[in-house]
Design a protein around this ligand. Structure first.
Ligand code: NAD
Length: 381
């Protein structure tokens, strides 16, 4: 069978779902690889590098969709792309099935098999295919780099002949995958880093990375996220008040605030309020990684950088992984390659879409003319 990767059509998207290296691995699974001309260029992978890896460069997306049996993409497909599928084809891509019911219906009507990379169950066995985590890791890292680029001072403290420099203070709100990556990056640059999460079980991870976990003056136990499969749920009003009171106390001291707090299938909670922004020092930076879901800071504008009247920069970019397209493509292509390995247990270049397999079943959103989203809960942890 042939696996083909078209050029991403979402405006500004620089990632690509196959690299010359991953193509080599896919060939070992028995597949012939195709790529649309120029698909990897924005991520630093030229056609010639693919050709050298044995990949056939195809001139148009239409020709690629026609010729390939499996199509791998980064962004959710457009309507035109789905219309190019049929019952003999499998699409593997981010899909956001909960927000894309029209595309689900269309995929069903076309009889195509669709595997959503953003639906890979978050169980240990599937970590190697967990594209949400590999992209969140990049976003957390890049958030700190972007903050540093907009912060006019050092992260690390220094004693120099020209004077003593205090270390920057960084607060990370939400210590999931992106938050932990941000903590690791900020501490490695020498900042004094604090972190908060509603899930108290992450305190140990935060501390092991050299940051200080921010505890609340809250009488009841902090929320236990375990009941919701490791994800946060909505906080009680009392808990939220205690959280905001703590943030108000911290705001004047913090140089950089990175917010990553998300609750599955909801708008992001507003946690960094206008008065907190107003209390921050001139030159401070906020990077709001929740911008795509409405932002943790009300003043965040998605996809923009703004500077408030009191001189605080608020960054709401939603394309951090694409801003590190070479790295993001390498990791994403590896996630795809692992998915293909599970779909090809015989290494014979033929897809075995085994719906008895927890991971494949969990990620499949349409199969043989049926919508198979949402999936049943996985049997194994
Ligand atoms: P996410 O992107 O959904 O949310 C980011 C963080 O924001 C979470 O840690 C969440 O607790 C926190 N948050 C939500 N509301 C908040 C609030 N009001 N204040 C402060 N913080 C708040 O999370 P994620 O990065 O996708 O990770 C979620 C969970 O999934 C974690 O437990 C993670 O360890 C787990 N996970 C497991 C696997 C695996 O086993 N394969 C892979 C990835 C993630």
């Amino acid at each position: 069978m042939k696996i083909g990767v078209p050029k991403e059509i979402f405006e500004g998207e620089a990632r690509v779902a196959m690299t010359p290296d991953s193509a080599g691995q896919l060939q070992k699974l028995g597949y012939d690889c195709l790529i649309e001309t120029g698909a990897g260029a924005a991520a630093g992978f030229e056609d010639a590098a693919y050709e050298a890896a044995g990949v056939t460069v195809v001139k148009t997306a239409a020709a690629l969709f026609k010729d390939a049996d499996v199509i791998a993409k980064v962004r959710a497909p457009s309507e035109t792309e789905v219309k190019r599928l049929d019952s003999s084809k499998t699409l593997i891509s981010m899909f956001n099935p909960a927000g894309n019911s029209d595309l689900l219906d269309l995929s069903k009507a076309k009889g195509a098999n669709v595997i959503a990379m953003d639906m890979v169950p978050r169980i240990s066995r599937a970590q190697k295919m967990d594209a949400l985590s590999s992209m969140a890791n990049i976003a957390g890292y890049r958030a700190v780099i972007e903050a540093g680029n907009n912060f006019g001072r050092f992260f690390t403290g220094q004693i120099t002949a020209a004077g003593k420099v205090p270390p920057a203070k960084v607060l990370v709100v939400g210590a999931g995958v992106a938050g932990l990556a941000a903590i690791g990056t900020a501490t490695s640059l020498g900042a004094i880093t604090y972190a908060f999460d509603v899930r108290p079980e992450v305190a140990e991870q935060v501390e092991s990375m050299g940051a200080e976990f921010v505890y609340l003056d809250f009488k009841e136990e902090q929320q236990d996220g375990a009941a919701t499969g490791g994800y946060a749920s909505v906080s009680s009003p009392e808990f939220r008040e205690a959280q905001l009171a703590k943030f108000r106390e911290l705001a004047p001291e913090m140089d950089i605030v990175i917010t990553t707090a998300l609750i599955p299938n909801r708008e992001a909670p507003e946690l960094w309020t206008e008065d907190m922004v107003g209390a921050m020092k001139r030159g401070s930076v906020i990077v709001d990684l929740a911008a795509e879901k409405g932002g943790n800071c009300k003043q965040t504008v998605a996809d923009q950088k703004i500077v408030t009247e009191n001189g605080v920069t608020i960054i709401g970019y939603t394309d951090f992984p694409s801003r590190m397209a070479a790295q993001a493509s390498t990791l994403y292509a590896t996630n795809i390659r692992h998915m293909m390995a599970d779909l090809t247990p015989e290494k014979n270049g033929v897809v075995n879409h085994n719906m008895e397999d927890d991971v494949i079943r969990g990620a499949t959103v349409t199969h043989q003319g049926e919508i198979t989203f949402p999936p049943p809960p996985p049997k194994v942890k």
